[in-house]
Design a protein around this ligand. Structure first.
Ligand code: PXP
Length: 247
């Protein structure tokens, strides 16, 4: 059982708003500093192949300015590996990426790409990055992530959150049960277990209560809620809900 639950704040969509107009405002580094002051344990940023939100210079600026650990999300491409090896962030989370998708739609297909991924992550581990793999909560993906030498798995909570938003509560509860079972399974293999995608104030509690979880990564909702509450308050409320669920 993990004693405390870390909150990684994903700042991609601060960059989305900035890029809507070009220029430098609002600055993701400023958001990261507010997140730190509000109690975030880490900052997450996804450098997508098409640079639709976070850019190469954002990663450089975050690495230079942050005292919190950076969780660098990236696709398993040679271009991204070279960037990660240059910056050596605290953690690298390998995610699937399709140009045409609006957001990361599913988990990585590790089981079918085991050899390539094992070779892909080895140099990242060698330079000291903690390698996490973003996967669906499925036993065969967890087993494959373990075999390739990942230290962490991040379980995709998108389906659980979508079912909640659509009022399909039986299916939501089924997803939650699957997340719970797979978190226990991953933990039993010695993997550190994270979760994220689509989490909101309404959906975070039952996920935060899963005892094996060590970290949640949350972005879009926090940045959206910042429009109404301010970023500091939106993060503090999420932390409070996470802590209440753990207690
Ligand atoms: N975890 C991973 C691996 C992700 O790709 C994302 C989305 O970039 C998140 C967590 C955060 O999802 P959201 O922005 O929906 O909170």
């Amino acid at each position: 059982m993990a004693t405390s639950l870390r909150l990684g704040v994903n700042i991609d969509h601060v960059a989305t708003v900035r890029n809507a107009r070009g220029g430098a405002y609002p600055d993701p580094v400023r958001a990261a500093k507010i997140a730190e002051a509000a109690g975030a344990d880490g900052i997450t940023a996804h450098l997508r192949e098409d640079r639709r939100h976070i850019t190469d210079s954002d990663i450089e600026a975050l690495m230079a300015a942050l005292s919190l650990p950076l969780n660098f999300e990236m696709a398993a491409t040679e271009e991204m590996k070279a960037i990660a090896l240059r910056h050596r962030p605290h953690a690298v989370c390998i995610v699937p990426e399709k140009r045409e998708e609006r957001t990361t739609e599913g988990g990585l297909e590790v089981a079918r790409d085991e050899n390539r991924l094992a070779h892909f992550i080895a140099p990242l581990r060698d330079v000291g990055c903690r390698v996490s793999i973003f996967i669906a909560a499925e036993q065969r993906q967890i087993e494959a992530a373990h075999r390739i030498g990942a230290e962490v798995v991040e379980l995709h909570t998108g389906a659980y959150c979508d079912f909640h938003a659509e009022g399909r509560f039986d299916e939501r509860d089924g997803e939650l049960a699957r997340l719970a079972e797979m978190a226990t399974f991953a933990d039993s293999l010695g993997l550190e277990v994270h979760a994220g995608h689509g989490l909101t104030y309404e959906t975070v509690g039952p996920v935060a209560a899963l005892p094996e979880l060590v970290e949640l990564n949350i972005g879009h909702f926090l940045v959206g809620e910042a429009i109404f509450l301010g970023l500091d308050a939106s993060i503090r409320e999420m932390r409070r809900l996470m802590e209440d669920a753990r207690a």
